[in-house]
Design a protein around this ligand. Structure first.
Ligand code: NAP
Length: 489
């Protein structure tokens, strides 16, 4: 292809998923100068930002403020946001592939991993992805309408979780990763301590009625093998009126734990933080987090809802795997949050490895039918699995986009004159995508709602509210622009 032809014919790329991984891919695609590119960032939700809005804990203001950077990318020339469009329902993946030159899958890993123990599906047992989605105000967990019939509760997970939070005194969180810390922190913090967040009002109201006093966090291996980052771990110890309780015997390190701590600075720092906590005398605080190590759940107890958890002490077996020692005990608890990692779910028509929960690929090039697909790429959690922090998605996206651009340079991927075809396809289906100005109207409505509650922002949790805000004119500034709440930065 000549340079002149490339000038008039942009490469049209659809990115599926407007979370950090998808937006970082859009950024990498539009920051380069070699290939003119148009990027459509598509999301099934009416709003962008994925886990930055619906995963990062609401009290982690600095991490959530990454959305301002992500928003600037959505506003770059050549980038367009298409919210409220579900690939696999509104458009089949092959239909989308027919109107663009390439697709980049960035739809994340939204499901929970299972414990595989009896009782894990009892009422009162909740997967962390759903619990996190609840406190972040995700529309999947806060449906627009719920059925009042017998099974109505099951169709409104938000109400189920709200009832659990207000009706439980003791909660068990399984897993020792950052999500487990987020869940434990939200469970022990008071509503007043969370009022400076952007939590949906109904979530904050439920937390106001919360009765949880004790949260037990279970690590199936020793303290040298936590998946916490130290900053997040320390944060728990900074909460007032909270005792963190550990059995000092759990903090004795065997030879392999000592080796692990010697090789991993984060593990060493985490152990040091927990040793300092173990040395503190309990203060009689009104709330407690109990950290248990070498402990795994073997059964969730209760005839028809969770009443407790049967635990077993563990050890590392000869093959390096966790084994039970047969030494069992129980904790009475009304709520169990299973925080043992996320899992990718297949998108209809997209290659999926059910063992790993990921799209098979090499350096971001999707493998389909045993060979490289001509036009499919992948990035983020659905590419590498649910690991890393938000920034990890940036280097991941850069790798994928480098593969895509190398394929353009080699002539393997050729712009096919698709500009405008996605819009025509959507219009032909009677589908109206929500664009960036629509997000800005939602944004303004959330800020205005927050102001009415004396808060900086209040998340709209229901899809119907988001769509109404997207359709409404921008609200008038109340009392002049100077008195608007400061933007979250
Ligand atoms: P994670 O970091 O993979 O931690 C999962 C935890 O579950 C591990 O402690 C693991 O223990 C345990 N586990 C797995 N299977 C288990 C089982 N069958 N029984 C008992 N325990 C089991 O996952 P995550 O906490 O969901 O976090 C996902 C990613 O998001 C991570 O990369 C995390 O750092 C990131 N994140 C970051 C932040 C932040 O930076 N503030 C906040 C939230 C999430 P083993 O090690 O023994 O397998």
């Amino acid at each position: 292809m000549t340079t002149a032809a490339r000038d008039v014919q942009p490469l049209v790329v659809a990115v599926i998923g407007a979370g950090p991984s998808g937006i970082y891919a859009a950024e990498a695609l539009t920051l380069q100068q070699d290939v003119p590119v148009e990027v459509a960032v598509i999301d099934r939700l009416p709003v962008p930002f994925g886990l930055v809005r619906y995963g990062v804990a609401p009290d982690h203001h600095a991490i959530r403020s990454i959305r301002h950077t992500l928003e600037r990318t959505l506003d770059r020339p050549g980038v367009a946001f298409y919210g409220d469009v579900t690939i696999g329902r509104d458009l089949a993946i092959d239909e989308l592939r027919g109107v663009v030159d390439a697709v980049v899958y960035a739809y994340g890993a939204g499901a929970d991993r299972k414990l595989g123990v009896p009782g894990e599906d009892l009422p009162g047992s909740v997967g962390a992805p759903e619990f996190v989605a609840w406190y972040c105000g995700h529309p999947d967990v806060h449906p627009d309408a719920h059925t009042q019939a017998d099974d109505g509760a099951a169709r409104d997970p938000g109400r189920v979780i709200a009832a659990l939070v207000t009706g439980s005194r003791t909660a068990v969180v399984v897993g020792v990763g950052n999500v487990a810390l987020d869940v434990a922190r939200v469970l022990v913090k008071t509503a007043d301590e969370l009022a400076d967040t952007d939590m949906a009002q109904e979530v904050l109201d439920s937390l106001r009625g919360k009765r949880v006093t004790d949260v037990h966090v279970l690590g199936r291996r020793g303290p040298a093998y936590t998946a916490f980052t130290t900053k997040e771990l320390r944060e728990l110890g900074q909460l007032p009126d909270l005792d963190i309780l550990l059995d000092p015997r759990d903090l004795e390190l065997d030879a392999s734990s000592l080796a692990a701590v010697g090789q991993d600075k984060v593990a060493a720092r985490n152990v040091a933080v927990m040793r300092e906590w173990a040395g503190r005398a309990p203060t009689g605080a009104s709330r407690r987090v109990h950290l248990h190590f070498w402990t795994r759940p073997v059964r969730l107890l209760g005839p028809d809802r969770v009443t407790g958890v049967e635990l077993e002490r563990t050890a590392i077996g000869p093959d390096g795997l966790v084994v039970g020692t047969g030494d069992t005990s129980t904790i009475a608890a009304e709520l169990v949050v299973r925080s043992v990692g996320y899992r990718g779910v297949a998108l209809p028509g997209v290659p999926h490895d059910h063992g790993t929960g990921r799209v098979p690929h090499a350096e971001g090039r999707v493998i389909r039918d045993g060979g490289f697909s001509a036009d499919e790429y992948v990035t983020g959690w659905i590419k590498r699995g649910p690991t890393g922090v938000i920034g990890t998605n940036k280097s991941d996206a850069v790798e994928t986009v480098a593969s895509l651009l190398a394929d353009v340079a080699s002539g393997r991927l050729v712009p096919g004159g698709h500009a405008g075809q996605l819009d025509r396809l959507l219009a032909g289906r009677g589908l109206t995508a929500l664009d960036l100005p629509a997000w800005r109207r939602i944004d303004a409505a959330e800020v205005a709602l927050g102001l009415s509650h004396g808060r900086l922002r209040t998340t709209l949790a229901h899809r119907v509210e988001l769509l109404a805000a997207a359709a409404a004119p921008l609200p008038e500034p109340v009392g002049g622009r100077e008195q608007q709440p400061r933007p979250e930065r």
